[in-house]
Ligand binder design. Structure first.
Ligand code: GTP
Ligand code: MG
Ligand code: ZN
Length: 282
């Protein structure tokens, strides 16, 4: 049976990559309606090229709707002002869904120093890359596209620009800042996978710009596990169950005071912890 990957979905029509640089437009059999077919789904096609079966999914993101994600390029830039809490939430989200994160620091042409600052916060936590879509440095991302990948991050950090720069073609729509403000919304609104070779796909997204804590299906007491820099010190805490929020008897708080843990990361940890506590438990 022929196999393929869903690149795009428009109403009930799917664009499916069937290899060797060819794609087909097709529909899905009615019995798949309940389960749903999503961008990123690995599908089987019957003799008249109708989607008749899905491969078991590795993961499924709901907003944006995207299946089988292997890697996430978390994009940040000096402008717009970075939302570090969003970055931290996306990192936790990746850990929970078996997605490999890469922190992509774009627009180095605007402020190299600020890019280095961001890198210093994260270099021991996640793989990071500094580049600009205005020059060749962006091309180092191309070799990182492997399996099904997605660009994620705030609006206007340059996700669609990355697609265009490494495709060397204007395939994704890019708006200037003023245009965005005028329109009052994100430029990219549908999910689409772009093919960069055999089994190399990269999705442009918009829906990650706000990541609700309710998407992190964890108890607040589990949150600390997702902070590798805390784990380095946690054995020094007086209580094994320490959540690193108390002013005393906590080796993580001590490390924070010595400047060995980022204040930014720690403050956002506290906020995410409090918000998770408020959310109804699963
Ligand atoms: N100076 C500079 N500007 C850039 C760079 N990359 C992108 N931009 C600009 O940043 C603005 C936003 O770029 P987009 O690619 O539309 O951003 P996006 O992340 O796709 O935004 P949404 O689709 O709204 O989520 C545009 O004006 C781009 O030209 C860069 O490396 N340097
Ligand atoms: Mg975009
Ligand atoms: Zn502690």
């Amino acid at each position: 049976m022929k196999q393929g990957i869903v690149l795009k979905k428009q109403a009930d029509v799917f664009e499916v990559d069937v290899g060797e640089k060819s794609t087909i437009q097709t529909k899905a059999r009615k019995n798949l309606k309940k389960e749903g077919v999503f961008v990123g789904d690995k599908v089987f096609l019957d003799d008249d090229n109708t989607i008749c079966k899905l491969e078991k999914r590795k993961n499924l993101l709901i907003r944006p709707p995207l299946a089988n994600l292997d890697r996430m390029f978390i994009v940040v830039a000096p402008v717009p002002k970075p939302d570090f809490q969003l970055i931290d939430k996306l990192l936790i989200f990746c850990a929970l869904n078996a997605i490999e994160p890469i922190l992509c620091i774009n627009k180095s042409d605007l402020n190299e120093k600020e890019c280095e600052k961001i890198k210093n916060i994260y270099k021991n936590i996640v793989k990071t890359q500094i580049f600009s879509t205005l020059d060749e440095s962006v091309l180092k991302l191309k070799s990182k596209v492997c399996g099904i990948c997605a660009l994620a991050g705030q609006s206007a950090v340059g996700k669609s620009s990355i697609i265009n720069a490494i495709k060397k073609e204007q395939v994704a729509k890019v708006d200037t800042f003023s245009k965005k403000i005028e329109r009052g919304k994100q430029t990219t609104r549908v999910v689409e996978l772009y093919c960069f070779g055999k089994n190399k796909f990269l999705a442009d997204t918009a829906g990650f710009s706000r990541l609700d804590e309710s998407l992190l299906k964890i108890d607040e007491r589990e949150l600390k596990r997702y902070y590798p820099e805390f784990l380095r010190f946690a054995s020094g805490c007086k209580y094994a169950s320490c959540d690193h929020l108390a002013a005393q008897n906590c080796a993580v708080v001590d490390a924070l005071k010595r400047g060995e843990i980022s204040t930014l990361r720690y403050e956002n940890y506290r906020k995410i912890y409090e918000n998770l506590k408020k959310i109804k438990k699963y």
